[in-house]
Design a protein around this ligand. Sequence first.
Ligand code: ADP
Ligand code: MG
Length: 286
Amino acid sequence: MTEPITDPTSDPTSDPTTAPRPTASAARTDAEPLLALEEVGKRYRPGVLALDRVTLRVPPGRTTGLVGESGSGKSTLARLALGLLAPDGGTVRFDGHDPYRLRGRSGRAVRAGLQFVPQHPGRSLNPALRAGTAVALALAAHGTPRRERRDAVAALFCQVGLDPALARRYPRELSGGQLQRIAVARALATRPRLLVCDEPTSALDRRTQTQVLDLLVGLQAESGLGFLFISHDLAVVRELADRVTVLRQGRVVEEGATGELWDAPRHPYTRALLAAAHNAGTTPTT
Ligand code: ADP
Ligand code: MG
């Protein structure tokens, strides 16, 4: 493999006498995704395949959506991507590294680039800690010196659209939307390149959902974050994702550019999912 050739004239700051800098934008192309699962298999118990030869990629700064019914293997894929589980077959790579082997000191810098936004931020936050302390601990783990943490917490609160005064509150004193913003702030503390979001808005009401999605879209535009965005809610995925993978019983049934998949789904299962979502969106539910 050779380095991709970059046109020096396209970057006014580049020095044509030196080789292209190995920055994310220069060195990475679609051929080199930020997150890549290749032919990944996972079984929890003999005979039960939670994932069967699943391939999924997230290019840097882009959003890949993962949809499928409950039990189709979405959270299992999230745990594999985050290195919380090891695959039984196939490979998982984040930035060229196996996330499962990024524990310990040497992996910390790469590991910082990969963060998680959970479905239930209320459950993942320690009820005994103030919101600001939870974020400060993430900064501490990332190596931010103590004297800088207070300002860094305030800056992160602002970045996710929260009044820094809320840092003094405990989780029980915050709304669902505020808790989810704090979960995002905590994930951002390590300056990640990829957020794995597992049903991040499923526990929120529609209005709050929209606000949190707008926040994520804004963060991507600002800082080039990539997202693996997991949801059973197709309308939400359509808003955010560049490409979508449809999972059914641990297998990929369809993958494609979001618009194309919506306009011309190839697999009957995708059509059924879209039809169900369409009915849910147009039929008043009481
Ligand atoms: P989803 O997030 O799409 O609802 P999951 O990844 O949670 O799907 O689950 C996929 C399959 O794996 C399901 O059949 C589920 O029951 C099973 N499963 C998930 N986690 C475990 C576990 N820790 N032990 C055993 N089976 C599990
Ligand atoms: Mg799940």
